[in-house]
Design a protein around this ligand. Structure first.
Ligand code: FES
Ligand code: FE2
Length: 407
């Protein structure tokens, strides 16, 4: 049972809210698509945890990530001019490098070089992987960036896309790890295919088993099939906001999907999808190139005033939800709960066990953090993610161990 107070502790991430401080201090964030941060071009505005930043790329290729407000008197550095390795504020010409040093203070008459050294610029470490610029916005020394298998793949093997949604970050996390909706919300997409994903329709009731891990947990959604076998789909929850979901076909060489729910502020998130294949170019990549636009790129087809563009005519013709795309189904239900869902008013069932686990782990770790402890799942020199993979497959019976499915 989540109280209103616990719900606030889980959801609030701006200002001094403990959850926000814990997330910023101990975990890296995917911030912006690398292709949007172009050499020598206009800085890109990025909002995370209610704070405003800019990302820019000097003509030398280096990436800078700074507070949007100029350290002098707060003019927006998004207006600035970008050159080899720095951005210059329009107002009084202060020039700041991609690594956060002040290079020029042209309006200071007294020893400007010495004065420049005394200025503290809010600049943040970045790295790039899976087509994204990642950033760490904590205080002090950054932990190493996460070493997920997608971080070092060539561009045609790892592709990222994101959508901003009016919902708290935890709604994004919960949507990702909730396997029990697949056979119900997405029933139009499971009706006509022979994938493992589609086979979920054979049994809409899910039983769960879990394995606790340092990084979070493995959640096996198990379904008895009519022939007496077991269909297993194993989701990986990685603290604090990663969900790795099982491929739609089981077996090696499949495209895989990671979903990351990143807070923009208390009532908005950006849901990042990373499609990757460690063996060969992703089909998702080819699909995106063909369409030149993923459905997410345009955002949702409406808002609450028109039920987010739900089309009752296609429902009358057999579509189960009235939405044209599977991911839109996910986004609409998430946003329809309101920006911060009241978890004290829910009526959970046993198919919600993965959701309960996520909340419990986040609450345990944030309470520890308030008492001065480092979360067990914090990114660190010793925390490796490179072997974590979501898997799925069929087992001969419900009593067989899902842990035998190779990762
Ligand atoms: S406000 Fe940026 S240089 Fe003065
Ligand atoms: Fe879904």
């Amino acid at each position: 049972m989540i109280t209103k107070e616990d719900n606030e502790l889980l959801c609030r991430v701006t200002g001094d809210a403990p959850m926000g401080r814990m997330l910023r201090q101990h975990y890296w964030l995917p911030a912006v698509l690398s292709v949007r941060v172009r050499k020598g071009e206009a800085p890109v505005k990025v909002k995370l945890f209610g704070r405003k930043f800019i990302a820019f790329r000097g003509k030398d290729g280096s990436v800078g990530f700074l507070d949007e407000a100029c350290p002098h008197r707060g003019a927006s550095l998004a207006l600035g001019r970008v050159d080899d390795c720095s951005v210059t504020c329009l107002f009084h010409g202060w020039r700041i490098s991609t690594s956060g040093e002040v290079l020029d203070v042209p309006n200071e008459p007294n020893n400007p070089k010495e004065f420049a050294k005394t200025i503290k610029v809010k600049s943040y470490p970045t790295c790039e992987g899976a087509g994204l610029v990642w950033v760490w916005i904590g205080e002090g020394t950054a932990p190493p960036p996460p070493d997920f298998e997608w971080m070092n793949l060539p561009p045609d093997q790892a592709y990222a896309a994101g959508i901003e949604l009016k919902a708290n970050w935890l709604q994004g996390v919960e949507a990702t790890i909730d396997s029990s909706h697949v056979a119900l919300l997405h029933q139009s997409w499971t009706a006509n295919s022979a994938t493992d994903f589609a086979a979920t329709r054979q049994n809409t009731a899910v039983s769960y088993q879990f394995d606790k891990k340092d990084y979070g947990f493995r959640a096996a959604a198990l379904r008895a099939t009519p022939d007496g076998a077991c269909l297993a789909r194993v989701t990986e929850f990685i603290m604090p906001y990663y969900g790795l979901i099982a491929p739609i076909y089981s077996g090696a060489q499949q495209d895989r999907t990671a979903i990351i729910a990143v807070p923009i502020d208390d009532e908005n998130l950006i849901q990042w999808y990373i499609f990757y294949n460690s063996e060969k170019p992703t089909d998702s990549w080819r699909r995106i190139q063909r369409c030149n636009q993923w459905p997410m790129a345009g955002g949702l087809p409406g808002d609450e005033t028109n039920n987010w563009g739900q089309n009752r005519q296609i429902m009358d013709a057999g579509n189960s939800t009235g939405f044209h795309e599977i991911v839109i189904e996910d986004f609409v239900v998430m946003v329809s709960m309101g920006p911060i869902v009241d978890r004290s008013a829910e009526y959970l069932c046993s198919a919600d066990q993965a959701i309960v686990r996520v909340r419990r782990q986040l609450l345990d770790e944030v309470r520890g953090f308030i008492n001065g402890k480092t979360p067990k799942s914090a990114q660190s020199e010793t925390m490796s993610y490179k072997d974590i993979r979501a898997v799925g497959g069929r087992l001969p019976s419900m009593s067989d161990d899902w842990r035998q499915i190779p990762r």
